[in-house]
Design a protein around this ligand. Structure first.
Ligand code: ADP
Ligand code: MG
Length: 355
């Protein structure tokens, strides 16, 4: 055999393509949960209840009281690129939802046993369907794969079981179910802070207590109080500002320039001292997975060299890309606004920040 000769190019099998694509979206239980929470929020849920077994590897269940899914949509629900959120290319620029690619449920169906129970307001009963590799599948071998009527309230319950059962290497990398559960709690905590109008509950299956439980109709500061503790909440400051400066919040949306963005920041003031920095970032209400603030924000130094801890920075660029092009400018404006707020805390101190 000639080792220098090129090898023939072959088309990958579709099931392999789908499995690879699924692995890019679903890295671990917490990333599946993030997608499911965003779906529930897209469906206007005001209550999201999460049940977890074995760090989400055995069971990850999320029950919401959102719009539900129409029975007629169930056959294609878990196919790749099926979505209710996007119809044409031009819709992309005005998206108000988290999802639009229609890949989350498909991905989960390729790496887990997926089942969906759902009821819309106008349906008289709920429907339960099982999915495997993008398609409806029977609950038990030999049965029909058609959705079955069952009892249930308006809303949707999505259950993913045996995550990564068919990708042993991925499963092997996720041995520690405590760590995975910790990541799940972290995702729920972050979404609960950013969506204080929605009640979030997270618990381990079979346990009577809950590990997270927030009320609906709350506020960001109340949620921070509940989830990060009273010492953080007591020293919490809040400021709103935009690319045009801190005093531009009431300008009519239609007069916004290209690249306009606005931000909402909650952060602790000078009285709060923490060893650990907590940083939450949402861009267009989507959780951005950064544990640490960008350079320039983490280095806002207070006089005693303590570091202010940012709890929620929420940036809304009208054009998504602009945020990334102008990241340094944005970070500087955010830092300025926070400085200004800190300086106005009533303490006669001067603040400096290093970059
Ligand atoms: P995307 O969110 O990108 O549309 P998904 O695979 O996450 O893709 O979901 C596919 C579709 O399933 C959604 O567009 C939505 O219509 C429906 N759906 C998923 N989860 C829910 C839910 N919790 N409540 C109502 N509809 C849902
Ligand atoms: Mg989605």
């Amino acid at each position: 055999q000639d080792a220098s000769a090129p090898k023939p190019i072959r088309r990958l099998e579709e099931s392999l393509v789908n499995k690879i694509a699924a692995g890019e979206i679903i890295h671990r239980p917490a990333s599946a949960l993030k997608e499911l929470i965003e779906n529930s929020l897209d469906a206007k849920a005001t209550s999201i209840r999460i049940t977890v077994k074995d760090g989400g590897m055995k069971l990850l269940q999320i029950q919401d009281n959102g719009t539900g899914i129409r029975k007629t949509d169930l056959p294609i629900l878990a196919e790749r690129f099926t979505t209710s959120k996007l119809q044409s290319f031009s819709d992309l620029s005005s998206l108000q939802t988290f999802g639009f690619r229609g890949e989350a449920l498909a991905s989960i169906s390729h790496v887990a046993h997926l089942s969906v129970t759902t009821k819309t307001k106008s349906e008289s009963c709920a429907w339960k369907a099982y999915y495997l590799d993008g398609s409806l599948t029977p609950a038990k071998p030999g049965q029909s794969s058609d959705p079955k009527p069952c009892a249930g309230n308006t809303g949707t319950t999505i259950t993913a079981e045996d995550l990564f059962y068919n990708t042993p290497t991925r499963l092997a990398a996720l041995r520690n179910s405590n760590e995975e559960y910790h990541r799940i709690l972290d995702v729920v905590t972050r979404y609960a802070v950013h969506n204080p109008a929605v009640s979030f509950v997270c618990k381990k299956a079979g346990s009577s207590g809950t590990d997270i439980s927030t009320p609906s109709n709350s506020t960001v500061s109340q949620a921070i109080n509940l989830l990060y503790g009273a010492t953080v909440a007591r020293d919490l400051l809040h400021t709103k500002f935009s690319s045009e400066g801190p005093d531009d919040m009431d300008v009519d949306e239609s007069e916004r320039k290209e690249g306009y963005w606005k931000a909402d920041a909650h952060f602790t003031g000078t009285n709060y001292h923490a060893k650990k920095l907590v940083f939450l970032l949402f861009i267009n209400h989507r959780l951005v997975e950064s544990q640490y603030p960008p350079k320039g924000l983490e280095s806002i130094r207070l006089p005693q060299e303590s570091i202010g801890s940012f709890v929620d920075v929420n940036v809304h660029p009208t054009k998504r890309e602009v945020h990334f092009l102008d990241e340094e400018v944005i970070v500087e404006k955010v830092a300025d606004a926070i400085q200004k707020e800190l300086a106005g805390q009533g303490k006669s101190r001067t603040f400096q920040y290093q970059t």
